[in-house]
Ligand binder design. Structure first.
Ligand code: CS2
Length: 483
């Protein structure tokens, strides 16, 4: 039987590995959300930096699940990063994670780490839905289960905002430096969003704490980009074939990687720029570009692709109608952006298409379709409203939304039901049940989902009619109908 990946000994020469002494690394970063994306991105940039500066080891924390935590700890934090393109797959062992914690098992040790001044950065990849953001106000959603539970019991938090505030409160009480919270989720102004939620939460438990956070804690925003499909048995098999060791924490990703970070840190940071990150004073233009062009096109392809029977994004690129729709959509999204010095948006769009076409990356349309209510606003709805305000028809946005609505029915074109995997799935099902099942009925029910669609869209009758017509086509043909 193959041994587990636990040390750096006996790796084949072809496998890259840490060249620093892992025993001498100290922990400076606590990361919430140890999923595949973090292991393909922040943990890799940090692995590069540790060669020159060993103060930035990472402890990774999962707030809910325990599997990744156990796999990482059984492997002394080591895991294999597979990079795939059509020329082949390469393997690199990453050593930046010192250990992992499962907050659900041991919340006390997470609170202790958050209060420990050795931790200077608390980074996050927790997905959009974990923040407790109310899309109507841009502020705290008091009905979010974690927010409600943590406001009722702030010293025993269970959610992201509750933990961050509890950690900062402990530091303020002890007269310590704060840490820098660093959001790496796909939200526009992710640092500013996190700041607002943290301040609103803190204000409800202690206004003096709110003031201290406001005055002393920076919340840099970041734009993060690397396509990272969920690991599968093939990931584990390839990792084992290439490294000679079984690895239950292996992940796979594409060659491309980008990270743009606002350079505001309260107590130092790794020299991530030496690993290729771009440090800037304002990240918003980069974020908008990526969310609207990459993620917007991704969501469009995920919904229309899934309902047309395409399992992976790469398959949607073989469908000429969908590929040209994605290209048109990227151009429409680009027209909603301000120019960005040094960036050619046409070249950016072509590079995105090439990344989507990567035959070696099996990125499920169903994976991207998840959590639509959390993703649509920044990816499609806000830019659609801006496009309409500029006098454009926002046609590709309408088709994407019709795709989401068809997807929200939860039954594929062969009549097979699937799970929507959206935190608002219950509400959606309730609204749909009350309709007559016509495209018009379904569209108007979903348009009325509280807080989701901006009025600039729901008040625009021709655009809504366009969505409804596209939905009708999708429901009758089971195809995109996009031409
Ligand atoms: C995708 C993103 O799952 C999704 O919603 O659109 O995870 C996407 O792959 C990344 O943002 C790429 O950087």
């Amino acid at each position: 039987m193959t041994t587990r990946l636990q040390t750096l000994d006996s790796l084949p020469a072809s496998v890259l590995r840490p060249v620093y002494d892992r025993d001498r690394v100290t922990t400076g970063i606590l990361h919430l959300g140890p999923g595949a994306f973090f292991r393909a991105h922040l943990a890799v940039y940090t692995d590069d930096v540790l060669v020159k500066d060993n103060r930035w080891g990472i402890e990774a924390v999962s707030l809910r699940s325990t599997d990744v935590v156990d796999h990482l700890n059984e492997q002394n934090g080591l895991y294999t990063l597979l990079t795939r393109d059509t020329a082949g797959t390469s393997a690199r062992v990453i050593g930046s994670i010192a250990k992992a914690h499962a907050a659900s098992r041991d919340p006390g040790s997470l609170l202790k780490r958050l209060a420990d001044p050795a931790i200077r950065i608390v980074s996050l990849t927790v997905t959009e839905k974990a923040y407790g953001l109310d899309p109507r106000t841009g502020g705290l959603d008091l009905a979010h289960p974690d927010i409600a539970a943590d406001l009722a019991n702030p010293t025993h938090p269970r959610g992201v905002i509750g933990y961050i505030v509890a950690g900062l409160a402990a530091r303020q009480a002890q007269g310590l430096n704060p840490f820098t919270p660093l959001s790496c989720d796909n939200l526009p102004g992710n640092g500013a969003v996190l700041k607002r939620l943290v301040l609103e939460f803190a204000d409800r438990i202690d206004p003096a704490l709110r003031r201290w956070i406001e005055e002393s804690v920076p919340f840099p925003s970041t734009m993060v980009d690397r396509i990272t499909p969920a690991s599968t048995d093939e990931t584990y098999a390839d990792a084992e074939r290439l490294t000679g060791h079984a690895d239950r924490a292996a992940i796979e990703t594409e060659p491309f990687s980008q990270w743009v970070i606002e350079d505001h840190f309260v107590d130092g940071r790794p020299a991530w720029e030496e690993a290729g990150a771009l440090m800037v004073s304002d990240v918003s233009a980069y974020e908008k570009m990526k969310l609207r062009m990459l993620n917007g096109a991704h969501s469009l392809l995920a919904y229309l692709g899934f309902i047309a029977g395409h399992e992976f994004i790469r398959d949607t690129m073989q469908d000429a109608a969908l590929k040209s729709l994605a290209e048109r959509h990227m151009q429409a999204a680009a027209r909603t952006l301000d120019p960005l010095a040094g960036i050619d948006l046409d070249a950016y769009a072509s590079a995105l298409i090439a990344r989507f076409e990567n035959r070696a990356i099996a990125h499920r349309t169903y994976q991207i379709a998840m959590d639509g209510t959390q993703k649509l606003p920044q990816r499609l709805l806000q830019p659609a409203a801006e496009a309409l305000a500029r006098g454009e028809d926002a046609e590709t946005f309408a088709l994407a939304i019709a795709g989401w609505m068809r997807y929200a029915l939860g039954i594929d074109r062969n009549g097979k039901p699937y799970d929507l995997r959206d935190p608002r799935a219950g509400e959606i099902a309730g609204l749909l049940e009350a309709t007559d099942r016509s495209a018009r009925g379904i569209a108007s029910a979903l348009f009325s989902l509280p807080g989701l669609f901006p009025v600039a869209l729901t008040d625009n009758a021709p655009w809504c009619a366009r969505v409804e017509r596209a939905l009708f086509d999708l429901m009758s043909e089971g195809r995109t109908g996009s031409g």
